[in-house]
Design a protein around this ligand. Structure first.
Ligand code: ADP
Ligand code: MG
Length: 724
């Protein structure tokens, strides 16, 4: 028998692996934000006037004048060069989930051939990468693909180190020559501005006079898997698609729940500490880390920050996580469903809005007045999720997240809101007109004193809800682990802006007829609940009953696949929402649909080709080699007068043949190209292609359970999940 040496060798290599020499981690105070050109550093390096101008921009989002940019550029260059940087790069976030960079040297030569460094305000402000290599949907036609990057002064520049050098990184927006957004940052900034504008309106109507700029905030919990690189290197599916396309279920899965919050394996802990030191140097406040539900699965979460900075930091976290894992001999999997039958990975996006003067508006306050504001903002979210559920589903739609949503271990693809018993009761009482107004100590009490005592109880969390209120924020739990948080944040900010405007219109009319603010709030919330209360759901989101009644009784759409979800971006109400709020022009939105649809089609095509390739060149040969072993053994034994029964050979042959037949069907389906529309093509992928891939897998996985272990070429689930 010719053993498949590489897999068995990998197990040996891991067993004999010498641990990475570990440096002691540094003191937090010594490294915190040491590689960030933040406001503190600018205050030290800039003139008072320049510093004040920049601080104002950072706090209010107002544009910066070119003279100040020149001063900032000079100081930034000095600082970066002192830290060993020879290059700088605008860092930006194209419509794919990736992070893009274009590096330029500080160097120029003078007429005598001497090297000098140069970095002006205009270089800081504007870069010109070639836009043509980034997908930009229909914008490609209109703008001949020229794009440029522009510094976002509200997100601090920082230094990225490699073993022998350093680069100054400048967070930037990326737009077409004619000003259309080609990235994920511009819409996030615009959505924040839209939310701020509408929130200001509501707050003024409610009698607030001193109102600072409102910002959305985000704290994202990132789940991920670590697989030893020796195994990963033998799995083309992990390397190219980020998930296993084959693999029989292990004898032991996650049923014991013994990994969740268990002791972190020492090697993983060393990785985490190395990773977190890098985050701290970059001013990223990593706050928690622990094991997750599945074996080999972990989570990291930073303390929340303003949405724009949190989104930049999130991208950086994903990049650094992969790079650091590699250094520690792991492949880091951010895919939403790397292993079938084992829990997938999500990215819970915790989100709220607030400012320096009114505080967090999704935190019930300690006075009835604060509670009124809270109820209005919370009501606005409820309305938003109900009206724009399909949009929220569309912004988390991807080929990979489809494996997770609705798979009975992650939130369903039906968007509903979980409020918790207490708050749900308050909103129901308002809807039924049961909230009595009474005067307590000269102030209006709406019978809301109960939410003054609002307690956060993590035990009471509804883990089955895609969108849950968690005490002082909402948690969008259906977001996928590999996704940028920007799309979800844009959708949430924009739907909130829309709802707050709707509320402001109603309040304005009501206050005009002489109602008190409290009466007006009750009236508007009563109407809001009558129209949108159906989206509130506190029960089990995994249950079959919910899947049925959500649709039939409440009219909430269930959009299980990207093919069904993505077209929401083309719906008239969504196009109108985004243009009215100034977040996307119709052309920008259409280009997003096209880019995301293309990504979906491409990733399924890559997976399908891999399935064909691996089935033919790795799995079939293993089956045949086992059959030939059986054949020669059987004839050898027969010569000795010993009989083996042939059931195993029969089973192996049956599955090997059926697998190849399914591979042929898949190849034929993949060759199909006469689709009437992108939507039709997406539906074909979600339906036929995926079903055929599954069919190949069923037979391949059956073979894995039959073929001799030493002949099996692919590292098995129990090895990848348990051997560290
Ligand atoms: P859990 O696993 O219980 O949901 P974690 O502590 O892992 O809680 O994550 C909660 C996340 O929510 C953290 O990133 C935290 O900083 C963030 N968060 C807390 N308050 C807010 C807020 N007001 N706005 C946005 N995010 C918040
Ligand atoms: Mg959470």
């Amino acid at each position: 028998m010719s053993a498949n040496a590489s897999r068995l060798q990998a197990i040996q290599q891991i067993a004999n692996r010498k641990p990475l020499p570990v440096a002691k981690t540094a003191f937090l105070g010594d490294i915190w934000a040491e590689d960030v050109f933040n406001l503190d550093r600018m205050e030290w390096a800039l003139s008072k006037t320049a510093y004040k101008a920049i601080r104002k921009t950072v706090q209010t989002g107002e544009p910066l004048d070119p003279a100040t940019a020149d001063i900032a550029a000079a100081a930034m260059k000095e600082w970066a060069i002192a830290k060993g940087a020879k290059f700088f790069s605008h860092i930006f976030y194209p419509m794919t989930n990736i992070t893009a960079e274009k590096h330029d040297g500080f160097i120029v030569t003078d007429p005598n051939g001497h090297a000098i460094t140069e970095f002006s305000g205009s270089l800081l402000i504007k870069g010109e990468p070639d836009g043509s290599s980034f997908p930009n949907g229909s914008l490609r036609m209109t703008n001949a693909a020229r794009g440029y990057t522009a510094w976002d002064p509200t997100s601090p520049a920082f230094i990225m180190h490699t073993d022998n050098g350093a680069t100054l990184m400048i967070p930037s927006v990326f737009m077409s020559w004619t000003g259309e957004a080609l990235d994920k940052k511009i819409p996030l900034l615009r959505s924040n501005a839209a939310m701020n504008k509408s929130a200001q309106r509501v707050l003024r109507l409610m009698g607030e006079t001193d109102i600072a700029t409102l910002n959305s905030s985000c704290g994202a919990e990132q789940e991920y898997f670590l697989v030893d690189a020796h195994f990963a290197n033998l799995r083309p599916d992990l390397l190219l698609a980020g998930r296993t396309l084959f693999g029989a279920p292990p004898a032991k899965g996650q049923e014991f729940d013994d990994h969740y919050f268990g002791a972190i394996p020492a090697r993983v802990q060393v990785f985490m500490q190395d990773y977190e030191d890098q985050l701290y140097k970059l001013g990223i406040p990593a706050k928690t880390h622990h094991n997750e539900v599945a074996p080999g699965q972990f989570e990291v979460a930073p303390y929340f920050e303003s949405a724009n900075i949190a989104a930049d930091h999130q991208q950086l976290m994903m990049t650094l996580m992969k790079a650091t894992a590699k250094k520690h001999g792991f492949l880091c999997l951010l895919h939403e469903k790397p292993f079938a039958g084992v829990n997938g990975s999500g990215k819970h996006v915790n989100w709220s809005v607030g400012n320096a003067t009114q505080g967090n508006l999704l935190d019930p306050g300690s006075t009835p007045h604060e509670n009124l504001l809270f109820l209005l903002f919370c009501g606005a979210v409820i309305r938003g999720v109900h009206l724009y559920g399909p949009l929220l589903r569309a912004v988390i739609a991807s080929a990979s997240n489809d494996h997770r949503l609705g798979a009975n271990e992650a939130p369903p693809a039906i968007l509903s809101v979980y409020l918790g018993d207490q708050l749900e009761q308050v909103f129901n009482d308002i809807m039924e007109g049961r909230v009595a107004q009474s005067t307590v100590g000269g102030e209006m009490d709406l019978g809301l004193s109960q939410i003054l005592k609002f307690e956060r109880d993590p035990g009471d969390r509804n883990r089955t809800s895609p969108f849950a209120f968690t005490g002082n924020r909402f948690e969008f739990r259906a977001v996928g682990s590999s996704q940028s948080v920007s799309g979800p944040l844009v959708a949430m900010n924009t739907m909130l802006a829309d709802s707050l405007d709707w509320i402001a219109d109603k309040l304005e009319a009501d206050l005009g007829t002489g109602s008190t603010p409290a009466q007006a709030v009750l009236t508007v919330l009563q109407e809001l609940m009558a129209q949108h209360g159906k989206v509130i759901f506190g029960g089990d989101g995994y249950s079959a009953h919910w899947h049925e009644t959500a649709v039939s009784e409440r009219g909430l759409p269930n959009l299980p696949t990207t093919a069904e979800a993505l077209p929401a971006l083309r719906e008239a109400s969504v196009v109108e929402l985004f243009s009215r709020t100034g977040v996307f022009t119709p052309v920008e939105l259409e280009s997003r649909f096209e880019v995301y649809a293309e990504q979906y089609l491409l990733s399924i095509a890559v997976e399908a080709r891999l399935v064909i390739n691996m089935a033919k060149t790795l799995i079939y040969p293993a089956a045949v080699s086992y059959l030939s072993t059986l054949a020669s053994t059987t004839s050898g034994l027969a010569a000795m007068g010993v009989q083996l029964d042939h059931t195993t050979a029969g089973t192996v042959a049956k599955h090997a043949n059926a697998m190849l037949a399914a591979v042929d069907d898949l190849s034929a389906a993949l060759a199909k190209s006469d689709f009437g529309s992108t939507e039709e093509h997406m539906r074909f992928c979600a339906g036929e292609i995926r079903a055929l891939m599954d069919k190949v897998r069923v037979h391949a996985d059956a073979l894995e359970m039959e073929v001799a272990d030493e002949l099996w070429p692919l590292p098995k689930y129990q090895e990848m999940l348990y051997i560290k």
